[in-house]
Design a protein around this ligand. Structure first.
Ligand code: PA5
Ligand code: NI
Length: 192
């Protein structure tokens, strides 16, 4: 071993991604968030309560990953799959977060479906980018980010890459809220 190499040198590896279906085939980490995990996030709390009670608490989104060490130098990556649906007329979305190390960026490559990436800074700036197969969204440092599925039938599937040390800070954006929401009315996507 070269003297400059760390004692715990990781062996290279590869993973299989089914790009059409948006699946990380040998994922070992699997996070599932259901409608009941989204309380407090939608404008219409009654519509969410009804979806949980009468719609059998459907899965909102899943994250599939093969974890790497959460250390400087590593790149964490995952497949995020967000189902289509509405709470009232608000499109299904992820909780959204800042990174715990706010100065870390993230790349989202959309593999399937259609949607919007909503972003916000702590000082109140807001931005959105379209997500569609082949579109890569660069989330710069300091921007909270939330993906939204604006489709009717297809899941919104993205491949995400971010620094291993980034971490997820849900608390700050939960307190602040995103200044914009995404609705679908009469077949039109409305951001307001
Ligand atoms: O790291 C990311 O930004 C994504 O992998 C998200 O964690 C994923 O889309 C789920 O969203 P959230 O973490 O906001 O629940
Ligand atoms: Ni992130």
């Amino acid at each position: 071993m070269n003297v400059d190499e760390p004692a715990s040198l990781m062996a290279p590896f590869s993973v299989d991604i089914d790009i059409d279906r948006g699946l990380l085939l040998n994922a070992t980490g699997h996070l599932v968030r259901k409608a009941s995990d989204m309380r407090g996030h939608y404008a219409d709390a009654d519509a969410l309560a009804e979806l949980i009670a009468e719609g059998d608490d459907p899965v909102h989104y899943e994250v599939f990953e093969v974890p790497v060490p959460d250390e400087l130098g590593h790149l964490m990556y995952c497949i995020s799959t967000l189902q289509p649906g509405r709470v009232g007329d608000e499109c299904f979305m992820t909780k959204g977060h800042y990174h715990t190390m706010a100065e870390t960026a993230e790349i989202y490559l959309c593999l399937r479906g259609e949607g919007i990436m909503l972003m916000k800074t702590a000082d109140g700036r807001c931005a959105s980018e379209q997500m569609v197969r082949g579109k890569m969204v660069y989330v710069p440092p300091y921007w909270a980010h939330r993906s939204v599925n604006t489709g009717d039938d297809e899941p919104l599937v993205s491949f995400c890459v971010y620094p291993g040390k980034a971490g997820h800070n849900y608390g700050d954006i939960e307190r602040e809220g995103f200044p914009k929401r995404v609705f679908k009315r009469g077949g039109e996507v409305v951001i307001e």
